[in-house]
Ligand binder design. Structure first.
Ligand code: R5P
Length: 229
């Protein structure tokens, strides 16, 4: 199976976990979109009743195409579950997210959910966060060069994310700086330090948020759970 097959397998399995009547967070990215498609199949075929809070405009479009009803956190501040992809997962279920740029809304929705389920293929598993992926940080456009310099002075090598030669702009109207930090010995500490930098809106470090990680492997789907859950 290739990477897409593994993502599809895990997304399908996760969609079968959603109980009737659930209020759920809908993540962003290719795996989350596959999940939304499989959820839509259950809505159409089984009459599953489910309402989702989307984490990006792309997910809004995917949910509408799949026939999944949408709501907002203003209407429903507490969700039963959220399902989302990730860019890296470490053995403590800490994550790097945001290569698709949806990190801020994703983190808000994940924290609003009683259970946060992460869907990845096995290539996303790492021993130490930062080993493969940069850490995305969403920053205000205003003064972003100043914010970037402050991050640089912390030894973090920020690179402004671009698309088609222009700065990439998030759904919130902000920029993204990708921090090329290498293996992170203390992700929680780094997350706290990043939040102290003026201009930083949110980081792609998801610490102690995931309850369950479902991993698509060549041998099937394996589950990693937080020890205390
Ligand atoms: O902003 C994007 C998200 O954090 C995605 O969930 C993450 O990048 C994983 O995406 P994919 O499922 O496409 O690998």
């Amino acid at each position: 199976m290739n990477q897409l097959d593994l993502k599809r397998m895990v997304a399908y399995r996760a969609a079968q976990l959603v109980p009737d009547g659930a209020l759920i967070g809908l993540g962003s990215g290719s795996t989350a979109e596959l999940f939304v498609q499989f959820l839509g199949e259950r809505v159409r075929n089984e009459g599953l009743r489910v309402v989702g809070v989307p984490t990006s405009e792309r997910t809004v479009a995917a949910a509408k195409a799949a026939g999944v009803e949408l709501t907002t956190l203003e209407e429903h501040p507490e969700l039963d579950m959220a399902f989302d992809g990730a860019d890296e997962v470490d053995p403590d279920l800490n994550l790097v997210k945001g290569l698709g740029g949806a990190l801020a809304r994703e983190k808000i929705v994940a924290k609003a959910s009683r259970v946060f389920v992460v869907l990845v293929d096995e290539s996303k598993l790492v021993d130490i966060l930062g080993s493969k992926s940069p850490v995305p940080v969403e920053v205000l456009q205003f003064g972003w060069t100043r914010t970037s310099r402050e991050l640089e002075s912390m030894g973090l090598q920020p690179v402004l994310r671009t698309r088609d030669g222009l700065p990439y702009v998030t759904d919130n109207g902000n920029y993204v700086l990708d921090l090329h930090v290498g293996p992170i010995s203390n992700p929680s500490d780094l997350d706290l330090k990043l939040h102290l930098v003026t201009g930083v809106v949110e980081t792609g470090l998801f610490i102690d948020i995931a309850s369950l990680v479902m991993v698509g492997t060549q041998d099937g789907v394996i589950e990693m759970r937080r020890p205390q859950d």
